[in-house]
Design a protein around this ligand. Structure first.
Ligand code: KG4
Ligand code: ZN
Length: 358
């Protein structure tokens, strides 16, 4: 074992990662780039009747789930808590109260075990999930498109541990949030993404031409890599309202398919534009919306045509999880990064460029 002069095993560190930015309590354990455990407790069902994640409910659920989830991860990994070399925790971006639970638990663990702690960026963690991929990590530089209920971000990753640039992000709703809101308009339950995906399977994606946000020539200077989904959501709501007011039936499958097509078209077009403009022939997808069947299909088609290598991690590593946080922590340790001072806090608006608190 290569132990650095600071006493930290930097060769294949055993890292426990905690993620609590939204409604998943995730605890993962990795040894270097090897995944040992990825345990997730979700409070999604508790939010269903509100049609979206309720921050206070999520924070309370994290409090209840944290200790049992840590215990289960340790058991699954077949280790003793004392064996770990370091603790990693996502300290932002995300819901402040939810993040605080993970940060508090991680600090308590690090103090009790007398181990170093690494406070890492949740978004960069999504990119970090790829180091666990069996094919080996996608080469640098890479463009990453992160799409979930909480974020829609396009990143240029030159190096996971030292150089991440935010190319663009949503100016209003996140992509997953748009799926959830449109599902609600259509009378489908939360979470809306899988529901719309299912309803869209029998629909015609060209039936209705819904708007593609921030995709006009006039948007290309200031918002080339930014996203906007609230206009699309309003357009769907109005289209449905007009039919309902006229007493006409709403063709659910066609609306779902046309809406899904508009979201996917914008996501993939902007991601490919970034790859092409920057001369980066590698695209990584992450976040819960990557479960979307049409997104996977269109991304594969258009990346294939443009000569871009496409990577979509296994789904359990795409949604919020602790393994990606542990993986990013391990990468930082292997790259020689210093641990975070214990004074760090949760930062709900942490920018993607801040990879680790130092
Ligand atoms: O990454 P994730 O599990 O959690 C956070 O948002 O943090 O993503 C959940 C989001 C929800 O908005 C959900 O509707 C969306 O991902 N989603 C989908 C699909 N499955 C989940 N969106 C579109 N199509 C899907 N098949
Ligand atoms: Zn996330």
């Amino acid at each position: 074992m290569a132990v650095n002069e600071d006493g930290l095993n930097r060769r294949e560190p055993l890292v426990l990662g905690i993620e609590s930015s939204c409604d998943e309590t995730g605890v993962g354990i990795v040894r270097g780039r090897k995944l040992l455990a990825n345990v997730i407790a979700s409070s999604m069902d508790e939010h269903a009747r509100y049609g979206g994640v309720v921050p206070e409910v999520a924070a309370r659920a994290h409090l209840e789930a944290m200790a049992p989830t840590i215990r289960e991860a340790v058991t699954t990994a077949g280790i003793e808590l004392d064996d770990i070399d370091a603790v990693a925790v996502a300290n932002g971006p995300g819901l402040a109260g939810a993040l605080m639970v993970g940060v508090g638990a991680a600090k308590a663990l690090a103090l009790a075990l007398d181990k170093p702690i690494f406070a890492v960026n949740h978004l960069v963690g999504h990119v970090g999930a790829d180091v666990l991929s069996p094919e080996g990590q996608l080469a640098y530089p890479q463009v990453a498109l992160l799409v979930s209920g909480g974020h829609t971000s396009l990143l240029l990753v030159r190096d996971l541990t030292s150089d991440v640039e935010l190319l663009g992000e949503t100016v209003d709703d996140a992509a997953g949030e748009a799926f959830d809101k449109v599902a609600r308009i259509l009378g489908l339950p939360y979470p809306g993404g899988p529901q719309i995906d299912r309803a869209a399977a029998d629909g015609d994606p060209k039936a209705i031409r819904f708007p593609r946000g921030l995709s006009q020539p006039k948007d290309m200077d200031a918002h080339r890599y930014d996203f906007s989904f609230s206009g699309l959501k309003t357009a769907v709501a109005r289209w449905v309202e007009v039919r309902r007011d006229a007493g006409e039936p709403v063709p659910l499958a066609d609306v779902a398919a046309s809406f899904r097509e508009a979201v996917v078209d914008v996501l993939v077009s902007k991601a490919i534009a970034a790859c092409t403009d920057l001369g980066v022939p590698r695209l990584l997808l992450g976040g819960g919306v990557t479960a979307n069947a049409r997104l996977r299909e269109v991304a594969a088609e258009r990346c294939g045509a443009a000569g871009i290598e496409l990577r979509v991690p296994e789904f359990s590593l795409c949604t919020d999880n602790g393994a990606m946080i542990a993986a990013l922590g391990a990468e930082l340790i292997m790259a020689g990064a210093a641990p975070s001072p214990l004074s760090f806090g949760a930062d709900s608006t942490l920018p993607a460029t801040e990879i680790c608190v130092s």
